[in-house]
Write a protein of this length. Structure first.
Length: 179
């Protein structure tokens, strides 16, 4: 089966979403780009398995997710950064508080189990619970549970007790003009 204009357009439209998902899974831009590339190559090589009229985006997300797990299983057997060279290269002084908050969130996301992380990120990215369940190959209730547990874990990891704990701290809020 060849990729017609509609199918090509659908794949191109899904690329930014696939990249964001891949970044969230890998925590690394280069690995994420490689993951998206591998997923698209596999999708193009298996176009005959795609059923026209079904959800192309969910099909692509499923391929990407499966490719991530395949790579994750391979990497589990590899030695990870024994000299600390990669960690030293990743250290950078942030230029503003929001950057720190984002870095904290990214780090906290990587502490979540992969199943919770992917569910939280897909739902937070605007994918419905039903589509997320289809992508992850799980029941909707399971996805809702994973999202709930993931959000609670993130709140604990980030030290968020109240919604006011998000954003500027008390000193910063006190210095801002009142609305």
């Amino acid at each position: 089966m060849t990729a017609g204009p509609d199918l090509r357009g659908g794949i191109l439209e899904a690329l930014p979403h696939l990249r964001v998902f891949a970044i969230s899974l890998t925590g690394d831009l280069d690995r994420a780009d490689d993951l998206v590339q591998e997923a698209i190559v596999k999708a193009l090589g298996h176009l005959g398995q795609f059923t026209p009229g079904t959800n192309l985006r969910a099909w692509l997300f499923t391929i990407l997710r499966n490719e991530f797990y395949t790579l994750h299983r391979k990497r589990r057997r590899e030695v990870q950064d024994p000299d600390g060279l990669l960690a030293a290269r990743l250290a950078a002084a942030p230029v503003q508080d929001r950057h720190l908050d984002l870095e904290d969130l990214k780090a906290a996301l990587l502490w979540l189990p992969v199943e919770q992380r992917e569910a939280v990120l897909l739902v937070a990215g605007g994918i419905s619970y039903e589509e997320t369940a289809q992508i992850c190959g799980a029941a909707v209730g399971t996805i809702k549970s994973r999202v709930n547990r993931g959000r609670k874990s993130l709140a604990e990891l980030l030290g968020i007790v109240d919604p006011e704990d998000i954003g500027a701290d008390c000193v910063m809020k006190a210095s801002l003009p009142r609305e």
